[in-house]
Structure formats: structure tokens, C-alpha cells
Design a protein around this ligand. Structure first.
Ligand code: ADP
Length: 465
């Protein structure tokens, strides 16, 4: 199959979140399955021509090769993309994001005929690429080149929808009739993700549970109605984990390598972590770890409510993260009160993240909602038992054989589950078994790419548009 992956960020060229990991790893795994894949993304400032073997191919288009023979195309427009950020900077989102991603989308549809790549599937990601299918099903509807092309939209986080003022609609070059509740309008604004949902042949999210949750009022961010209408075309595929980066057997950042069959080394990592974090070198006390954005989505509202009680228990807690100022302030206050219990690192630090995954006993991830989540998958691989709220990707990857879950989002339930995990921890034999069971879970891209290939086949089988 010929597949075009269209995303606004792709590892290793540009990244702000999990979308880039997927858009970088999936093409490689699809190529391994024998598919012909191209990637098309904007050429940001961070993508210098000299880097990654990037060369100018023609006016406005740069390119390189990934994997064995995946052509990566970068759409150039210095006025739009040669900026410090991808979507915005500290002061907020770029004001011309509609025009920027309109340019990218149009250029993508123009590029494929020029380079002779006739896609069976255009796989778009998030709102930034949604105009590609909106245009495909409207302005390019009768273009013979795309006659047999089908589309898949992957939603990585429904909270980001690409909302723009109605006044900008003429910039899109679309008929005003499309600005209605059934298509692009959302409470008087333009909603690009909604357009993507309406016009894509199939839609998926990054976990099966999240694909169901987003059809409810609680998680649907206002799009639950339109998603419910497409429920037969909506599914979920969990993201894979890059085991070339996250493998305790080969991890260069950690004090001692270990594996499911040779778990002893994990203790050295706990000692190392305690030392770095100036925590007492206690063996029998459970060490909890958090590596996260400090945001309400990640459960910091209930954690804030429970933290004093948690810190009064016989445990240790290492927190690495940055985010909302209010949580920075709150946690700094807690550290002052419980310096021997909690160690706080308000920064982004990849090395320390590896050490926390390797050295902790329990990984705390009580996210309020979680489309997929990587932290719990990483911690499983490192035999660090995840403790999570049962939602989205957390519900799909954590169960009573490999972790601890609570199903009512309150500070009381969180605290109760922390206490429960401590009880199990004190039964060392049971704990060893739990660790070994956790380490056997595998979320490799090889398997997940097969699921995407099945979705592409399902899209292909759909009636001609
Ligand atoms: P998100 O919603 O933030 O994308 P995920 O769990 O999907 O959450 O992925 C977060 C990733 O970022 C994980 O790999 C996690 O280890 C990493 N991460 C988050 N905060 C930090 C930090 N402060 N330092 C290092 N790595 C971090």
C-alpha cells in the first residue's frame, strides 16, 4: 500500500509531544511490513538544510530519506515556518496559524502529483493536518489523481482542536455553506479538527478506551455529538514505545542495567536515585516516582489535595516535571515541610527521567484523562509498578496483574490506592512477581503497525467517495 503520513511534527525533525513520536516511529514500522511510505511536514527553523541529510528538491520543497527508503518532504515557507516555535511561543499561539497550516495542507496535496506519489491512504494527524482531508473532499473532489485515495485521521488529544474566528473563514477558500454545525462550525468559530472528523473516511485515537470516552460529554470537549455520529468509523490503537530508548538492559543513563530475568540491578538504581535526590538510603521503604507535566490533566489537582497525607506515610517521593506555576509553588511548600520524604525537580531532564523510571518502586500517574500515556508503559518495562486512574490509555495498559488502578477520580481514592500499593510492597515475594509480570508487557511498534495496516485496509474497502 502507498501511504502518506501527514503530520505537523515528526521525530527526529521536530517535536513538542507524543504526536511526533508516533509520526516518526509508525512509518518505519510500516516500511518493515512492506508498505511504501512518505512523510510530509512543514520545514521549521529547527530543520536546517545541513541536518539529517536534508536537501532542496525544488522550489519550496526540501527532502531527505528515513528508514530504508521513506521519502520525507518538508514544505518550505520561511514567512510561516522559520520561527522559534512550532505553533506559538511564550506569549501564546501564532496569530496566523490558520494560514500557516492551510499553506501546509494545500502544498501537501499539490506535492504528491508533482513527485508522482499516488497515495492509497493519506494518514493525517490532529488539527494541523485536518485541512488536507477537508480540501481533498471539497476542492479536490473531482481530481482524478486522488480518485482512489482514502483517509485516516488520528486524534492524539481531543483538547486541541484548531479553533479560529469565523472572520478568518474566507482565507480558507471554501464555500460558506461548509461553515455549518454539521461541518466546520463550532459555537460560532471555525473548528478544523471537527472538519477532519467529518470528512475523514476513518478516525482513530491513541487508545481504545479514549476512543469510547470521547463520545461522552465528560471527555468529548464539545465534539462528542459529531464523534458519536461516526462511532462505526472510530476506533483506538495504543501507541508503541521506542524500546531502543527505553530498555533497562541497555539504558546508558542508569546506574546498573537489569532485566526481567536479572532484576537484582534494580536495587542499585534505587540506591543511586536516593543518593542523587538526597533521600535516606532506606531499602524497605517504597520509593514513588513522578515524571510528568505538572498539569491538572496529569492528576495534579487530586494529588495536590492528597499530598500532605501521602507525605506523612512511610514512603519516599521523587517528582520531576514542569508546568503550572501553582503546582510549582505548592510542591515547593511541601518539600520545605517534608524534606526527607520528597525530592522535587522542577525542570525537564531526560537523564533524571531515566533514573526515576529505573530506581523507583512505584510510578504515580493519576491522570484525569489520558489519550494514551507513555510514562506508564516506560515504567512497566523498568519493573516500576504504575499506579494510575482508570482512564484512556492507562486503562488499556495497566491492570491488576501489572499495577494499581482506582476508578473514582478523588483525592481519597488516590490516597487509598497509595496505601494499598504500600501494603503489597511490604510483601516482597508478591512484589517480585508483580515486577516480573509488569516487565513482560510489550508495546512494540512492529505489532501496532499491523493494526494500522488493518485500519488502512478497512478504509480502502469503503465505498468510493
Ligand atoms: P504527555 O501528555 O505529556 O505527552 P506522556 O505520558 O504521553 O504525556 O509523555 C510524556 C513523556 O515526556 C514521557 O516520556 C515522560 O518521561 C517525558 N517527560 C515529561 N516531563 C518530563 C520532564 N520534566 N523531564 C523529562 N522527561 C519528561
Amino acid at each position: 500500500m502507498k501511504i502518506a503520513i501527514c503530520a505537523s511534527e515528526v521525530v527526529p525533525y521536530a517535536k513538542t509531544g507524543g504526536l511526533a513520536d508516533v509520526a516518526g516511529a509508525l512509518p518505519l514500522a510500516l516500511e518493515e511490513l512492506g508498505h511504501e511510505v512518505v512523510i510530509i511536514m512543514p520545514k521549521y527553523k529547527s530543520i536546517a538544510a545541513s541536518e539529517f541529510g536534508v536537501k532542496k528538491l525544488k522550489e519550496g520543497v526540501f527532502g531527505t530519506v528515513a528508514g530504508r527508503d521513506i521519502k520525507v518532504y518538508f514544505i518550505e515557507n520561511d514567512a510561516y515556518f522559520k520561527r522559534d516555535g512550532l505553533y506559538g511561543e511564550k506569549t501564546g499561539d501564532y496569530k496566523d496559524n490558520l494560514e500557516r497550516f492551510k499553506f501546509y495542507s494545500k502544498a501537501t496535496l499539490e506535492l504528491m502529483p508533482q513527485v508522482g506519489f499516488k497515495p492509497d491512504i493519506i494518514h493525517i494527524h490532529d488539527w494541523q493536518a485536518a485541512l488536507i482531508v477537508i480540501y481533498l473532499k471539497t476542492l479536490y473532489q473531482n481530481n482524478p489523481f486522488y480518485k482512489n485515495t482514502k483517509t485516516l485521521l488520528t486524534i492524539h488529544n481531543l483538547a486541541y482542536q484548531g479553533l479560529f474566528p469565523k472572520e478568518e473563514f474566507p482565507k480558507l477558500g471554501l464555500d460558506w455553506s461548509l461553515f455549518d454545525m454539521e461541518r466546520l462550525e463550532f459555537y460560532g468559530k471555525i473548528n478544523l479538527l471537527k472538519g477532519g472528523i467529518v470528512f475523514s473516511d476513518l478516525i482513530n485515537t491513541v487508545s481504545s478506551t479514549y476512543s469510547k470516552e470521547i463520545q461522552t460529554k465528560e471527555f468529548g470537549c464539545g465534539l462528542e455529538g459529531i464523534l458519536g455520529k461516526r462511532k462505526n468509523d472510530l476506533s483506538g490503537i495504543i501507541n508503541g514505545l521506542d524500546y531502543s530508548i527505553w530498555d533497562p538492559q541497555a539504558d546508558k543513563f542508569i546506574a546498573k542495567n537489569f532485566s526481567a530475568t536479572d532484576i537484582e540491578g534494580k536495587h542499585k538504581n534505587k540506591e543511586d536515585l536516593q543518593k542523587i535526590c538526597s533521600l535516606p538510603p532506606k531499602k524497605g521503604v517504597p520509593l514513588f516516582g513522578i515524571v510528568s507535566r505538572l498539569a491538572e490533566q496529569k492528576g495534579f489537582d487530586i494529588l495536590a489535595g492528597a499530598i500532605e497525607k501521602i507525605c506523612s506515610l512511610d514512603l519516599q517521593l521523587v517528582i520531576l516535571g514542569t508546568g503550572d506555576l501553582k503546582y510549582h509553588v505548592l510542591l515547593e511548600g511541601i518539600v520545605k515541610k517534608y524534606p526527607k520524604v520528597i525530592s522535587l525537580h522542577l525542570k525537564f531532564d531526560d537523564t533524571l527521567a531515566h533514573k526515576i523510571y529505573a530506581g523507583s518502586d512505584i510510578f504515580l500517574m493519576p491522570s484525569k484523562y489520558e489519550p494514551c500515556g507513555l510514562g506508564q508503559m516506560i515504567s512497566l518495562k523498568y519493573g516500576t509498578i504504575p499506579l494510575v486512574f482508570e482512564t484512556g490509555g492507562l486503562a488499556d495498559t495497566v491492570n491488576s496483574d501489572n499495577g494499581f488502578l482506582f476508578d473514582s477520580y478523588t483525592k481519597e481514592e488516590l490516597l487509598k490506592t497509595v496505601k494499598k500499593s504500600m501494603q503489597v510492597f511490604s510483601a516482597q515475594k508478591k512484589w517480585q512477581k508483580l515486577m516480573q509480570s509488569a516487565m513482560r508487557y510489550n508495546f512494540s511498534w512492529q505489532e501496532l503497525a499491523k493494526k494500522y495496516a488493518q485500519l488502512y485496509e478497512k478504509a480502502q474497502a469503503k465505498a468510493k467517495r
